[in-house]
Design a protein around this ligand. Structure first.
Ligand SMILES: CC(C)(COP(=O)(O)OP(=O)(O)OC[C@H]1O[C@@H](n2cnc3c(N)ncnc32)[C@H](O)[C@@H]1OP(=O)(O)O)[C@@H](O)C(=O)NCCC(=O)NCCS
Length: 195
């Protein structure tokens, strides 16, 4: 049985156009090309992306800003045709694991009150609602929920990461993916079996 390969890696400036296209498709144009360029070059912005080997395109992206001891998650998106297969949680897990490796203590983000899929995903990973920003999203006037995930530096979080890793593996396997994790930032791969 042949396989489709999806790579988990850090993006380069050559990926700018793909990131903008994915952003348009998933978030309606949150950041411009200049914005992505600035973020990719910033030492405080940490990205992880998923690339499909068959289409040679980026199909998922996550990013956080490292601010003092906090991870501010600024992006999390999976191309619509790849959603619902466990890839979003793989990306969120990767961001949190990266935050831990940088000795960060907590993570935070804003999410639209109506974005139930994202809210459910974050709560699954221990994020809790800490507040609400009225009319935060200028285009729609929608409120944002402010979420925090504390305790990244506690020993228990390491255990939680291990449990999540197993759950993510199981989920990907159930969706006919095979996960191959190779040590090293840009060398982790996920393999999906063709049906
Ligand atoms: C949010 C997003 C990244 C989730 O990615 P995904 O690959 O579809 O998510 P997964 O398949 O890994 O699902 C993981 C969890 O997310 C939640 N989830 C995902 N899709 C959901 C849906 N349609 N309804 C409710 N919960 C959902 C669930 O908790 C799910 O776990 P479960 O299947 O065990 O219940 C994706 O929907 C997306 O890119 N949305 C558009 C961009 C966006 O809104 N980003 C967040 C901005 S804050």
């Amino acid at each position: 049985m042949s396989s489709l390969l999806v790579k988990l890696h850090t993006p380069q400036l050559t990926h700018l156009d793909e990131l903008v296209a994915l952003d348009q498709c998933c978030l309606g144009g949150l950041w411009t090309k200049d914005g992505y360029q600035r973020e990719l070059m910033s030492p405080n912005s940490h990205f992880w992306v998923l690339s499909s080997d068959s289409t040679q395109t980026i199909i998922g992206c996550g990013c956080f800003w490292e601010i003092l001891e906090e991870a501010h998650i600024t992006l999390l998106m999976i191309a619509p045709e790849y959603q619902g297969q466990g890839l979003g949680q793989l990306l969120l897990y990767s961001l949190l694991r990266d935050a831990l490796s940088r000795n960060l203590e907590r993570a935070t983000l804003e999410v639209r009150v109506s974005n139930q899929p994202a809210l459910s995903l974050y709560q699954k990973f221990g994020f809790e609602v800490a507040g609400q920003r009225k009319g935060y999203y200028q285009q729609t006037g929608e409120d944002a929920l402010v979420l925090w995930r504390r305790g990244l530096h506690y020993p228990q979080f390491q255990q939680e990461l291990s449990i999540w890793q197993q759950q993510i593996n199981d989920r990907l396997t159930a969706n006919h993916w095979q996960l191959s994790m190779v040590e090293g930032k840009s060398k982790q791969t996920t393999v999906k079996s063709e049906q």
